[in-house]
Each structure stands twice: as C-alpha cells, then as structure tokens.
Design a binder for this molecule. Structure first.
Ligand SMILES: [Zn+2]
Length: 166
C-alpha cells in the first residue's frame, strides 16, 4: 500500500514548558527589565511516512527530546551571546551583564543559560530550539523529515512560530 496523504506530527504537552527569566532589547535604546515567563512549546514535524512503521516520527522519542530541550533552559536566566547591545561576560562563577556598556546585572553562572542568539525573543528561542531539535533528530537517525515548526508561547495567546524547511 502507498501512503496517499501528506503527514505531519505535532506535540504540545503540559510538561513541554520552561519557566525562565529574560529581558529583551528593542530598536533604539529601549530595554526591558528582568522578568519571567512560563513558556510553552509546541513542535510539528512534516515528513514522509516511514514505510515500515507508517509514522513520520516516533512520538515517544520526540517527546523525550523536547522535554530535554525544555529542561536545559528551565529555571534559568536566558541571556543572548550575539547581541550588539547586551554584553554578557563570564567571570569565574559569575556572569556580568551590561546593556549599552552600562553594568546591569550579576548572576551566579549556574543560574544562567548563555544562548547563541541576538535577543531572547520568542522568535529567536523558537529558532534556537529548532537547531537543537534538528541535531537531536540527526543523532536519533531520523529520516524523511521535510520541515520543523516550533511555536513558543510566552503568554496565553501570545506566541511566535518559526518554520524551517529541511
Ligand atoms: Zn518577556
């Protein structure tokens, strides 16, 4: 039998959340103060059916990977390493954060997630999670996937979606 439809699988579970602190910078000189969100994540994989299993990707494996990715940044201060305006420096056990050259925060290193993004917007968090998921899917030997879509919600009804075609 040949599969006839187009398929995608989607996971959004109550445990795919991370409670983290952040602040973002805006165009011009505006910059938020530190605050937190209970972020929620939903992921969708588009792909061809595996012809032995008749699924796009194993839900159990996908949930396990997504949970790990959420846990990696849960209960941490999210800081951008590629910002032109936010300077993040590791000094031993401490991370110092300056904005536009002015000292702003000191955090214990263990409480920080230093992220390879220019701003900790939900858009950039979604794109970063796609990169991390992609690496994990490769490591898991996934094949036939054609796109990954990641939605990160920072408030009820307020989310960003990033879609990457593979
Ligand atoms: Zn925020």
């Amino acid at each position: 039998m040949q599969p006839r439809g187009e398929f995608r699988v989607s996971v959004s579970k109550d445990y795919l959340v991370f409670a983290s602190a952040h602040f973002i910078t805006f165009a011009g000189h505006r910059c938020e103060g530190l605050h937190g969100h209970n972020y929620r994540v939903r992921v969708t994989l588009d792909g061809r059916l595996n012809e032995e299993s008749w699924f796009v990707f194993d839900f159990v494996e996908l949930k396990k990977i997504m949970r790990r990715l959420c846990d990696e940044i849960d209960h941490l201060v999210l800081l951008p390493l590629q910002s032109d305006r936010v300077q993040v420096r590791e000094e031993g056990e401490t991370v110092s954060v300056a904005v536009d050259g002015k000292p702003r925060y000191l955090f214990p290193r263990r409480d920080c997630a230093l992220l390879p993004i220019p701003n900790t917007t939900v858009e950039m968090l979604a794109e970063m999670l796609i990169d991390r998921l992609r690496a994990a899917l490769d490591a898991a030997g996934a094949s036939g996937l054609t796109a990954i879509e990641m939605e990160v919600e920072e408030n009820f009804g307020q989310s960003a979606i990033c879609r990457v075609t593979l």
